[in-house]
Design a protein around this ligand. Sequence first.
Ligand SMILES: [Mg+2]
Length: 107
Amino acid sequence: MVDDWVHTLGVRYFSELSILAQMMEETGEVARIVSRRYGDQSFKKSDEDHDLGDELADVLFAIVCLANRTGIDLSQAIRKNLEKKTKRDKDRHWKNPKLTGHSGGQS
Ligand SMILES: [Mg+2]
């Protein structure tokens, strides 16, 4: 879907460095919203109509563009990554009392 969009409306992919810069810029926009919504800062008038979902989609778009530009099959990469995490962290998070609310240790 992204590739179709880029090759019709976008003409061609930007360079890898430009896509990376765009990704960082969009990540900053996500950070700004999260910081103001969940952190201690308040929204400025100009921030109030920003949409977190839309900004996350901007980051994802840049990630997909970088993957496509560099010949990475992102669907395959995420499957492989989740397999890695599953092997590595199979029990880790269930044993984390911060997540489960259980002390996990001896009382
Ligand atoms: Mg944006």
